[in-house]
Design a protein around this ligand. Sequence first.
Ligand SMILES: O=C(O)C(=O)C[C@H](O)[C@H](O)COP(=O)(O)O
Length: 214
Amino acid sequence: MNKERILSAIKTQGIIAVVRGKNAEHAINVAEACIEGGVTCIELTFTTPHAHEAIRTLSQKYADNPTVIIGAGTVLDAITARIAILEGAQFIVSPAFDAETIKLCHRYQIAVMPGTTTLSGVIEAMEAGADIIKIFPGELAGPAMIRAIHGPLPQAVLMPTGGVTPDNAGAWLNAGCIAVGAGGSLTKGADNNDFAAVTEQAKKFVQAITAART
Ligand SMILES: O=C(O)C(=O)C[C@H](O)[C@H](O)COP(=O)(O)O
């Protein structure tokens, strides 16, 4: 799928699941539980051992399903981004700013989302061509910061991650975020292999996002 369609799908879905697995198989199970609950944009983080295998498996499985978008997270450098792209990742998320990662993603026309918590960081990311700017850690910023950034920079496309829950997801969207990223509160059941709990939590996120947009 081309980059515009990936970005449009993320905007429509309103949420990216941040999946940190114990290993590739565990990450795949967590991702499948999210997808079953209706959260279909999946960020597989490179803190998971052999994360690239999970990216490959899920990218191949959902290659013909345009509602499921598989991407990579915790991408700290261009080498990791290239590995993720070769395995099928359709978007790249970083917790911070790395110019080489953004340049590489542009080379392959893959959506790229660097992280920052400052206004200067937002401007630097926009100037480098970030498609979405991740506000991380979101719990330290809060939805008020989104409104504040959009004062001087109404054109900034922002997405928080860190501390996003079904209870506060709507506040982030109402503050002007294009989507939210949710890890711990979405996938905590997976710590005990309770994947049904992950599916239930995914449904709660979908309900919260639908409610915020109606
Ligand atoms: O490392 C990255 O690239 C990340 O994407 C960081 C994640 O956004 C947060 O770890 C998610 O935070 P929680 O939802 O509070 O678990």
